[in-house]
Design a protein around this ligand. Structure first.
Ligand code: GDP
Ligand code: MG
Length: 177
């Protein structure tokens, strides 16, 4: 390997957005630390976590940002979005209102981004299928309408969590490499 290759570095900022209590913080803790908290408090949120993965033999780092609960007051600031090249737009499949908010989150993301952002729509809490209020079909349709990737996840039982983050990271990598 030449020193040029070794010097090559990838660091992507990814933001997680969506209404309060949809599971944003738990998706991140599941992905970064394999942890889940049934009683997580909005205030516990850390600013960001860095997670590495290897793509084509290269180390790719994702700096994943989580809100500290500001979304409750619709006060996510432009600093939060600044420099983001990826985004997870999260709703809770058992709470319809969180799905209805996605359009507003998309608008906010668009307003604050000055570059192309790899975007994934995430229907979280797929383990709550028995009290589901948004169908998989509706999720897919909304994603298609806006050109987003789509996945249902469960931070609780781990379903698709790694897959969702890694799809976004790979998409960003493909667009810059
Ligand atoms: P945030 O406000 O979007 O960051 O949401 P949190 O990660 O704090 O989660 C809010 C609540 O939903 C907490 O009680 C979590 O334990 C719960 N939760 C998060 N993800 C899941 C999931 O995939 N399934 C279930 N059943 N509960 C979840
Ligand atoms: Mg949170």
């Amino acid at each position: 390997m030449s020193s040029d290759d070794e010097a090559e570095e990838y660091l992507f900022k990814i933001v997680i957005i969506g209404d309060s209590a949809v599971g944003k913080s738990n998706l991140l803790s599941r992905y970064a630390r394999n942890e889940f908290n049934m009683h997580s408090k909005a205030t516990i949120g850390v600013e960001f976590q860095t997670q590495s993965m290897e793509i084509e033999g290269k180390e790719v780092k994702a700096q994943i940002w989580d809100t500290a609960g500001q979304e409750r007051f619709r006060a996510v600031t432009s600093a939060y979005y600044r420099g983001a090249v990826g985004a997870l737009l999260v709703y809770d499949i058992s709470r319809r209102t969180t799905f209805d908010s996605i359009g507003r989150w998309l608008d906010e993301l668009t307003t604050h981004s000055d570059t192309t952002v790899a975007r994934m729509l995430v229907g979280n809490k797929s383990d709550l299928d028995n009290i589901r209020s948004v169908s998989i079909e509706e999720g897919k349709n909304l994603a298609e309408e806006h050109g987003l990737f789509f996945m249902e996840t469960s931070a609780k039982d781990s379903t698709n969590v790694r897959m969702a983050f890694e799809m976004v990271i790979k998409e960003i990598y493909n667009s810059v490499s």
